[in-house]
Design a protein around this ligand. Structure first.
Ligand SMILES: [Zn+2]
Length: 279
């Protein structure tokens, strides 16, 4: 006959097992329910007003985009910092940027728990080690940061400014969410290639930028992209969504690499819009 402790252990083990199997199923059901609900009108009007870059989004992508936004807003915790009170407008605008990047990809920022929102650019203090191993403290002012899997930090002032005036190739929210997806490591959104093959080609594009910067040439990408490969990818992502046709013209191979990563072709959205306007 089984003794009481063994029964107790068995009950706990069954409970843990049920939770391990049940929790993801429950989450998936909950997400499906949220995604099936229409976005509130306030969220849609915030996107229309604040994110003009999304207006040429093709109708076949619109539905998925709004479902992703609904899930993002429901699942992520938005935390106001330095006294900021987070509004529905802020949630919708930030979620729009995050979800634009995953429209063609699988995954929904699963490990991301919270988005910290500062009213303006914020100070961070960290430590840097130089080549001799000397560690010094450094204080920097930032408009966004995405170095942890559980949270992203954004300055609302900078998010809004960039979102409302697209076309300049500067967008802090796209930049930070691009870092996040890069670090998340879920691979490419389209194609048969391995990430390693793709990353080799991206490294070639990065080297070409470094050479151009060394020669003192004008570069289409912001020279900050020459900082390292992670910054190169994040800056190129801003251009991919903000100045798609121009990026395709200036750096066709880089454009197609980003197309593989995001499984989207934003240059064709803009062309479609112009075609409609001139027809
Ligand atoms: Zn960066």
């Amino acid at each position: 006959m089984a003794s009481a402790p063994i029964i107790a252990i068995a009950v706990v083990a069954i409970g843990v097992l049920a939770w391990l199997i049940g929790a993801p199923l429950w989450r998936a059901r909950r997400r499906a329910a949220v995604m099936a609900q229409p976005l509130p009108a306030s969220a849609l009007s915030a996107v229309d007003h604040n994110v003009p870059a999304l207006s040429p989004l093709p109708p076949e992508l619109r539905g998925r985009f709004e479902s992703l936004m609904a899930a993002f807003i429901a699942e992520k915790e938005f935390i106001g910092c330095n006294g900021l009170v987070v509004t529905d407008e802020m949630r919708a605008t930030i979620a729009a940027m995050a979800c634009l990047l995953v429209l063609g990809r699988r995954g929904h920022y699963d490990a991301l728990h919270s988005v910290l929102v500062y009213p303006t650019a914020f100070w961070v203090e960290d430590e840097v080690e130089d080549e001799a191993g000397v560690v010094t403290k450094r204080r920097r002012v930032l408009s966004g940061e995405a170095w942890e899997s559980s949270r992203i930090i954004l300055s609302w002032e900078d998010v809004l400014e960039a979102a409302r005036y697209p076309g300049e190739g500067y967008n802090v929210a796209l930049h930070e969410f691009a870092h996040y997806l890069d670090a998340e490591g879920l691979g490419l959104g389209a194609g048969e290639r391995t990430v390693a093959e793709w990353a080799d080609d991206l490294a070639d594009e990065f080297e070409a930028l470094l050479d151009a910067v060394d020669r003192g040439e004008f570069t289409f990408l912001d020279p900050y992209a020459a900082e390292d490969e992670a910054e190169f990818f994040a800056v190129a992502t801003e251009d991919f969504f903000e100045r798609a046709a121009e990026l395709r013209e200036a750096h066709p191979r880089l454009y197609s690499l980003l197309q593989e990563f995001y499984a989207l072709d934003p240059a064709s959205w803009v062309a479609g819009e112009i075609g409609m306007a001139t027809a």
